[in-house]
Design a protein around this ligand. Structure first.
Ligand code: AMP
Ligand code: ZN
Length: 494
C-alpha cells in the first residue's frame, strides 16, 4: 500500500529535458497513462558497436523507468534497412548497398545477418525488447504516401525522378531549425561544397525520394519512377503509422538532432501540419580517449568482444552487468569515456551492491528502525524524476548500501516493515529500472563442473609446487573474467 501510493505520487513529478524547449518540463502523456515513444534504431550494415549500444541502453533505461512508474508504453524502435544517408559532404550514401557489395550478399541478407547479432546483444545486455521494431523496407508504401501529402501541401518538388523537400517554401509557414536552433543562413556558410546542391533548388533542401542509379541494389516503384527513399522519411512514416501524428517522446543519439530529427519535424509539419513529438530526447556519445566512438574513425569496440575479453583496450573480460552499471554512472546527456579504470570501479561497485542486497534480505530485524527508509526510497524516485538521473540514483543506492552495512554491524537498526520496503524498492530500482541482474543469477551453472575440474588440476599443480602451471591457470581464468580466491580450506571462483 505504501509503495503503491508512493509510486502514484512520484509519477506526477517526472521531468524530462526537452531539446525542443531547451528546458526540463513536467511529463504528462497525451493519452492518460499511455505513453508513445519512438527511438531511431540502428542501420544494420555492420555489427552495432558499444557506442550504439550506449544510446540503446539509455533509452532502455527511459523505457524501464516509465514502465516502473506504471505507464503503459508503446515503444517503437525502427531498423534502417534501406535508404540513402547524407554524409558530411552532402553526398548521398547507401551504406547497406556498399556492405552488400563488399560481402557479396543481398542487402537484406546483410541486414538479417547483423540483426541476428543485434538481437543477441540486446539479450546479452538485458535490454527489454521494444513493442515493435519495424523496418524501412516494410514501409515503402507509407513513405510514398507521406511524400505525396508533402507535395500536395506544396512543400516538396520533383526533379528528374527524385523528390526534394522545399525548405524555402516551408520557412514561410514553419520554422526550419526549431529543434536544432540552426539558422538556414548559417547553414549556408557551413556548406563547403556548393556543387553538392546538384539538382536541388536550394542547398538546404533534402531528398525525400532518390531516383535509382545503376549501383543501387534495392529499388522500388513510385509515382516518380524507380528509386529509393531518402533517409529521414522512414522515421516519419513508421512513427505516424504506429504512434499517430503526435506522440509523447521521440529519442535518438545526439548526432541525429541535425539534420535527421530536424528533417523529421519538417516532414511531419509539411504533411500533417503538426510537430510529431511533444518531447525530443537526445542521448550523448560514448567516447574513447575523448573522441566519439565511431565506425568511420575506426576507434570502435564491439559489445561482444568486451564480454569475451578480446578487445585491445582491456586486458580482461567484463560482464554485461558491469558495462551496464558503468553506463548508468553517467547521465544520458553527458559524454562518457570508456576506460578500464572506470570498468574496474563498476565491477567493484557491483559486488558491493550484490552483497548488500544479500545482507538486506537475510538481515535480523528490530522493533524500530533507526534509519529513515522512506526518505531513502524517495531519493531513488527523485533522482530518476529529475530527467532520468541514473548516476544520482546509483549514488543513492550506495548510500543505502552504507546504511545496510551499518545495520549488519549492529550500529543501526531496521524494522521488519522497513526491511521489506527497502528490499522491494532497491530490487525494483536495481533490476527493473537499471536493468542489472544479480551476479549469482548470472553464473552459468554448466560452468560448475568444468571449474571444479580446472581448480582440481590447479590444486594438484600447487601440491607439486609447480607454480608455473598454477599461475598459468589463474591468469588464463582472469582473462576470461573469472577470478580465483584461495581460501584456508577451499579455493573459490567468481
Ligand atoms: P546508426 O546505426 O549509425 O544509425 O546509429 C544508431 C544509433 O547509435 C544512433 O542513435 C546514433 O546516434 C547512436 N550512436 C552512434 N555512435 C554513438 C556513440 N559513439 N555513442 C553513443 N551513441 C552513438
Ligand atoms: Zn530516425
Amino acid at each position: 500500500m505504501r509503495i503503491k501510493s508512493m509510486k502514484e505520487q512520484k509519477t506526477k513529478d517526472l521531468k524530462i529535458y526537452n531539446t525542443l524547449s531547451g528546458t526540463k518540463e513536467y511529463f504528462t502523456p497525451i493519452h492518460d497513462d499511455h505513453v508513445g515513444m519512438y527511438v531511431c534504431g540502428p542501420t544494420l550494415y555492420s555489427e552495432p558497436h558499444m557506442g550504439n549500444m550506449r544510446t540503446f541502453i539509455n533509452f532502455d533505461l527511459v523505457y524501464r523507468y516509465l514502465l516502473h512508474l506504471g505507464y503503459k508504453v508503446k515503444y517503437v524502435r525502427n531498423i534502417t534497412d534501406a535508404g540513402h544517408i547524407t554524409n558530411s559532404a552532402g553526398e548521398q550514401e547507401d551504406s547497406i548497398g556498399e556492405a552488400a557489395r563488399l560481402e557479396q550478399l543481398q542487402p537484406l541478407e546483410i541486414v538479417y545477418k547483423y540483426n541476428v547479432r543485434f538481437q543477441n546483444l540486446q539479450k546479452t545486455y538485458n535490454l527489454l525488447p521494444p513493442t515493435i521494431e519495424p523496418t524501412a523496407t516494410g514501409h515503402i508504401q507509407e513513405q510514398i504516401e507521406i511524400i505525396e501529402k508533402i507535395m500536395e501541401n506544396g512543400f516538396a518538388y520533383e526533379v528528374n525522378g527524385s523528390v526534394y523537400f522545399d525548405v524555402q517554401t516551408y520557412q514561410k509557414s514553419f520554422n526550419y531549425g526549431s529543434l536544432s536552433g540552426r539558422k538556414v543562413e548559417e547553414l549556408e556558410n557551413e556548406t563547403r561544397d556548393l556543387n553538392a546542391q546538384g539538382e536541388k533548388r536550394f542547398f538546404a533542401d533534402f531528398a525525400l525520394w532518390k531516383k535509382a542509379n545503376d549501383n543501387d541494389m534495392q529499388i522500388w516503384r513510385s509515382p516518380w519512377g524507380d528509386g529509393n527513399p531518402g533517409w529521414h522519411i522512414e522515421c516519419t512514416a513508421m512513427s505516424t503509422k504506429y504512434l499517430g501524428e503526435t506522440f509523447d517522446i521521440h529519442g535518438g543519439g545526439l548526432d541525429l538532432k541535425f539534420p535527421h530529427h530536424e528533417d523529421e519535424i519538417a516532414q511531419s509539419c509539411g504533411s500533417s501540419g503538426k510537430t510529431p513529438a511533444k518531447f525530443w530526447m537526445h542521448a550523448n556519445m560514448l567516447n574513447v580517449n575523448g573522441k566519439k566512438m565511431s565506425k568511420s574513425l575506426g576507434n570502435f569496440f564491439l559489445p561482444q568482444e568486451i564480454v569475451e575479453g578480446s578487445t585491445a583496450l582491456f586486458d580482461k573480460a567484463y560482464t554485461p552487468n558491469v558495462l551496464r552499471l558503468f553506463m548508468m554512472q553517467a547521465h544520458y546527456r553527458s559524454t562518457l569515456d570508456l576506460t578500464q579504470d572506470a570498468l574496474n570501479a563498476s565491477e567493484k561497485g557491483l559486488t558491493r551492491l550484490t552483497e548488500a542486497m544479500e545482507t538486506l534480505k537475510n538481515m535480523a530485524v528490530s522493533e524500530k528502525s533507526s534509519i529513515d527508509v522512506i526518505s531513502l526510497v524517495n531519493s531513488f524516485y527523485d533522482a530518476m524524476n529529475d530527467d532520468f538521473n541514473a548516476p544520482i540514483l546509483v549514488a543513492k543506492l550506495f548510500d543505502a548500501v552504507k546504511k545496510i552495512n551499518l545495520i549488519r554491524d549492529g550500529k543501526d537498526s531496521i524494522s521488519k516493515e522497513d526491511q521489506k520496503l527497502l528490499f522491494t524498492e532497491m530490487s525494483g530500482f536495481i533490476l527493473d529500472v537499471l536493468g542489472l541482474t544479480f551476479e549469482s543469477d548470472h553464473k552459468d551453472n554448466r560452468l560448475n563442473p568444468v571449474m571444479e575440474l580446472v581448480l582440481e588440476l590447479r590444486q594438484q599443480a600447487r601440491e607439486k609446487k609447480d607454480w608455473t602451471t598454477s599461475d598459468l591457470i589463474r591468469d588464463g581464468l582472469k582473462k576470461s573474467g573469472i577470478s580465483v580466491k584461495d581460501g584456508k580450506d577451499k579455493t573459490s571462483w567468481q
